[in-house]
Design a protein around this ligand. Structure first.
Ligand code: GLA
Length: 375
């Protein structure tokens, strides 16, 4: 079954935009293997918008641009599959894609079958040029039906930026992931505003259909197609921590062929990935802070009885985080404590019985794994 846990992979749009081509995709597949991304769980390599010609062929089929994909999509998927990875592609529920290439409206079944013939494993399906008079739900149901009957497992990753309240119907329409926010940019304000806008809506996201917070901008450093400013490594760590805590798909945006050490360490933090991929897919809950509005305490129940606790400073000043175990249900006199491990430094922080306190720099976070132990 596909989509039981959040998909992990890479997407061409953040770094390459319309300059995507088969050479880049093959090199990304090579880099996945060479630098350990594949072993860490990253699997899907997704070609975003701008891969086709501007017109369909005489049989109404989409045609890959021969300048960008001279070997064709089947040869490319064979290559990606030979590395033990999967290939994704992009289309729109409307008449055109966002960049003006043919969309799949009224061609859903032809396109799903074409993608299956090409060996595609993932479809990102966006909402551009969707006629207002048509019900978006029907269009997503239609593509989901076409994909589920094309003879191949193809994950349906939808994106309509929150129009028409997709959180309430994308799962029933047959999608595996959905986006409900505008496009992310490679800067702190964008990461922060997407995160804060999603708090309180977590309950819609669960196994087989997860909310997609959009790309990981980790390692972009202000370069590429969606790069507006860049972030610090601490901010990238915070984005990665939050996306893991929120069970978002982990779709890398940076140029994985040229990652520095800091980027690799962030993207391949196995302890954080384990939280993202925890098979129960339970959503985190927030705990109010009594010291500062800028601090977020976020708690996620894990399937083995442990908890993941993220302490995040969204503010502009160094702040003291003070997290009380009472807030996750542990009464002080219960005779239990929490054995804490810092998932970034790997430090064993020992057993605490009532609270955990630490200082957090602006935009920084700490993520703990807490094991419940008898005292
Ligand atoms: C939409 C999506 C982006 C990207 C572009 C490509 O805007 O939200 O993530 O895929 O389409 O045109």
């Amino acid at each position: 079954m596909i989509g039981q846990t959040p998909p992990m992979g890479w997407n061409s749009w953040p770094m390459f935009g319309e300059d995507v081509n088969e050479e880049v995709i093959m090199q990304v597949a090579d880099a996945f293997v060479e630098y350990g991304l594949k072993d860490a769980g990253y699997e899907y390599i997704v070609i975003d918008d701008c891969w086709s010609l501007r017109e369909r062929d005489k049989n109404k089929r989409l045609v890959p641009d021969p300048q960008k994909f001279p070997s064709g999509m089947k040869a490319l998927s064979d290559y990606v599959h030979s590395k033990g990875l999967k290939l994704g592609i992009y289309s729109c529920a409307g008449v055109q894609t966002c960049a003006g290439y043919p969309g799949s409206l009224e061609h859903e079944f032809i396109d799903a079958n074409t993608f299956a013939e090409w060996g595609i494993d993932y479809l990102k399906y966006v909402y551009c040029y969707k006629p207002r008079s048509l019900d978006g739900k029907i269009l997503y149901r239609r593509m989901a039906m076409a994909l589920r009957n094309c003879g191949r497992d193809i994950l349906l990753s939808t994106c309509n930026w929150g129009w028409d309240e997709p959180s309430t119907w994308m799962r029933s329409a047959g999608a595996h992931t959905w986006r409900s926010t505008g496009d992310i940019q490679d800067n702190w304000n964008s990461v922060k505003s997407i995160t804060l806008s999603l708090l309180g809506h977590e309950c819609y996201s669960a196994p087989y259909c997860f909310h997609d917070n959009d790309y990981l901008v980790v390692g972009m450093y202000g370069k590429g197609n969606i790069a507006l400013g860049g972030c610090t490594d601490d901010e990238y760590k915070t984005q990665f921590s939050l996306w893991c805590m929120m069970n978002s798909p982990l779709m890398i945006g940076c140029d994985v062929r040229n990652m520095n050490e800091a980027t690799r360490t962030i993207l391949m933090n196995k302890d954080l990935i384990a939280i993202n991929q925890d098979f129960e897919g339970r959503q985190a809950y927030t705990v109010n802070d009594w010291i500062s509005d800028d601090l977020l305490y976020y708690v996620k129940i894990l399937s083995n009885g442990d908890f993941a606790i993220a302490l995040v400073n969204f503010g502009e000043r160094r702040a003291r985080a003070h997290f009380q175990f009472w807030d996750l249900g542990l009464p002080m006199a219960a005779g239990y404590g929490l054995q804490l491990t810092d998932l970034w430094t790997k430090e064993d922080l020992g057993v605490e019985t009532a609270f955990y306190r630490t200082m957090l720099d602006p935009h920084c976070c700490q993520v703990l794994r807490a094991k419940v132990v008898k005292l």
